[in-house]
Design a protein around this ligand. Structure first.
Ligand SMILES: Nc1nc2c(ncn2[C@@H]2O[C@H](COP(=O)(O)OP(=O)(O)O)[C@@H](O)[C@H]2O)c(=O)[nH]1
Ligand SMILES: [Mg+2]
Length: 360
């Protein structure tokens, strides 16, 4: 670990509880500056602090600075708070490593796909650092434009690093589990003509067209009066997954289509169980027959998901600069604001801090 890194470790057990204890080791002052307004201090006593990230209050916490490179944060014990705090500290995409190169290397070890690994390796080898260095000679407004393009491309390519979550939902017996198995490429879940066969939520990572995706099979919708207690629980769980999904594929049989409810989240429709003559992957909504032609159904889903999630059709171009972690994106956004208000030297200092020390 070099002097500019911060490593965050959760000391308390994972899950819900009264408090969660996070240990920070490394450049504690720099890490705290990202999420609190407390200044550098030698105070060793406990301090009540408010945690803030991207202008939003996250939590109230107790801060215990044990030394200049060791502190503890006692936050409220919800996994969601812990995730937000660790992400704000830079840990969602690795410890708070200062240089783009160091962060790319950290993320590389956790790449979710070959494509993600290639992109990260490229950044590790200096794609973004080269671009930042080349901006020095440009007028400020051109740098602003470069940053805008870079952030937009980074957002589009981000799912190669952080898989999108795609939920299969719809009425019972629509063929959700059959399609799920086809996507996964093996008989992962039980398929049967009995409505209500799927009760639990099942998640599997699948690679479609090189993109990693977390597909989620869920219990089907049916009349409340037909639901048993366990199926009811499964349905609620599936609905919760829908709300947080990047995309919901709403499947319903072509012979008796059921429109998605307004609460279905970000949703696109697929018509299933089509007779061979009615199969039309290009139709709106696409009509598939997973049992008839699983490969064609998978291709239709691949096309639909890629279009809906905005995967760039031209893919990734080796050597293009990208900002793939929250810290780099945030620093670029801040530099962009500084440039826009004429604070060029502040922006340059900020951008320079992203470069590996040797090239500053
Ligand atoms: N004819 C036809 N039947 C299908 C198709 N896909 C699934 N099924 C059948 O429909 C029934 C329900 O499928 P399943 O995948 O369990 O539906 P789910 O309840 O939505 O998960 C099973 O008997 C499947 O074999 C299809 O494309 N064509
Ligand atoms: Mg099912």
């Amino acid at each position: 670990m070099n002097e500019h890194e911060i490593v965050v470790r959760q000391l308390s057990p994972r899950g819900h509880g009264g408090l969660s204890v996070l240990e920070l080791r490394g450049d504690v002052a720099a890490a705290l500056a990202h999420i609190t307004r407390v200044g550098a201090s030698d105070a060793r006593e406990l301090q009540l602090v408010r945690l803030i990230a991207e202008g939003e209050e996250l939590d109230e916490a107790l801060l215990w600075r044990r030394s200049s490179n060791h502190a503890e944060l006692h936050v409220h014990g919800s996994p969601a708070v812990v995730r937000r705090v660790t992400r704000a500290l830079g840990s969602g995409s690795g410890p708070l490593l200062r240089s783009v190169r160091a962060r790319a290397e950290w993320m590389l070890a956790r790449a979710a796909s070959d494509l993600g690994a290639r992109i990260l390796l490229d950044q590790f080898e200096g794609a973004l650092a080269r671009a930042i260095s080349s901006w020095v000679s440009l007028p400020a407004r051109d740098v602003v434009r470069e940053i805008d393009v870079l952030l937009a491309r980074s957002a589009a390519l981000r799912p190669a690093i952080e898989p999108a979550v795609v939920v299969l939902a719809g009425p019972v017996n629509a063929g959700k589990s059959t399609l799920f198995n086809a996507l996964v490429g093996r008989e992962r879940v039980v398929v049967s003509p009995h409505p209500g066969t799927t009760r639990d939520v099942v998640v599997e990572r699948v690679h479609l067209g090189g993109w990693p995706l977390d597909f989620v099979d869920t219990a089907g919708e049916r009349a409340e009066s037909e639901l048993g207690a366990i199926e009811r629980r499964g349905l609620d769980l599936g609905r919760a997954w829908r709300r947080s999904a990047d995309l919901v594929l709403w499947l319903s049989p072509d012979r008796a289509p059921v429109p998605p409810p307004a609460s279905a989240g970000r949703c696109v429709e697929l018509r299933t169980k089509c007779d061979p003559s009615r199969v039309d992957p290009q139709a709106q909504p696409p009509r598939i027959s997973t049992r008839g032609d699983a490969a064609a159904a998978t291709r239709a889903v691949t096309r639909l998901v890629a279009a809906e999630l905005g995967f760039p059709p031209d893919g990734w171009r080796p050597g293009e600069p990208l900002a793939l972690d929250v810290v780099t994106r945030r620093e670029l956004e801040r530099a962009r604001k500084e440039l826009a208000r004429g604070a060029r030297s502040a922006a340059e200092r900020r951008l320079c801090a992203l470069l590996p020390e040797a090239s500053r």
